[in-house]
Design a protein around this ligand. Structure first.
Ligand code: MD6
Ligand code: FE
Length: 226
């Protein structure tokens, strides 16, 4: 039995060396919670659905408006997908690589996102978009705000799968203090309300081998985009 999930991710993460409840709830900030293990009950269906989506809309590394190739590879499912190229960040109804609509949101994705949102206090959340991020060792996402969605009163539901990653959660300005949280396979973060525009990011993924996903982390973020 691997002990990957119990290895401290950094020396300044004391929450990792004390006993941890696999299904606990942690508050990161006002209106921002971490539901540990919430996705595990959906795992089998979600992984099967992911394989079908990736077959139709493969991961690709997109280009930022500033001209950098992102280290995180992305794809989408749902009525709209988040995309970036030299002209900017936005949601689009078509996959720019295939010219086809993004694959539909599978029922198990909608069920998982709805269950997590309900538990976090958003009983009416119905996602129309799911951005799927793939991190390989070394990939990272620098601090940013999510602000391309039309209605910022809708929360975001973020599901972590595969290798653990350090999630940075800051404040409403880029220079506000940043908290660090190790997100593991099955953890779900939900945020909205007064935290909806908080800066956040993911530090460089450490190498490792996950028993189901191998050398990668996947992150699904569910949004109401349109
Ligand atoms: C990630 N997540 O966890 C990157 N954005 O791979 C995000 O950028 C993110 O987790 C908005 C809400 C939740 C998130
Ligand atoms: Fe984000």
């Amino acid at each position: 039995m691997k002990d990957l999930f119990d290895t401290p991710d950094s020396l300044d993460a004391p929450r990792d060396v004390v006993a941890r409840d696999a299904f606990s709830r942690e508050v990161m900030a006002e209106n921002a919670v971490l539901l540990r293990g919430k996705a595990l009950a959906f795992e089998t269906d979600v992984l099967a659905a992911l394989n079908a989506i990736i077959a139709r809309a493969p991961f690709r590394r997109m280009i930022t408006p500033g001209g950098f190739i992102m280290s995180v590879a992305m794809t989408n499912c749902g009525a709209a997908g988040w995309i970036t190229d030299r002209t900017g960040y936005r949601y689009g109804r078509l996959d720019p690589d295939s010219g086809l609509p993004w694959p539909a949101l599978p029922d198990c994705f909608v069920d998982l996102a709805g269950a997590a949102a309900r538990e976090a206090g958003y009983p009416d959340f119905v996602p129309d978009a799911c951005l799927i991020n793939r991190y390989e060792p070394g990939a990272r996402l620098s601090l940013h705000q999510d602000k391309n969605e039309r209605d910022l009163s809708e929360p975001i539901v973020s599901v972590s799968l595969g290798l653990p990653a350090t999630f940075q959660f800051g404040g409403l300005t880029r220079t506000a203090p940043v908290g660090r949280y190790v997100l593991r396979h099955g953890d779900v973060a939900v945020w909205g309300g007064r935290s909806r525009l908080c800066y956040h990011g993911v530090t460089a993924l450490k190498d490792g081998e996950h028993e189901k996903l191998g050398r990668m982390r996947l992150n699904l973020t569910f949004r109401r985009a349109l």
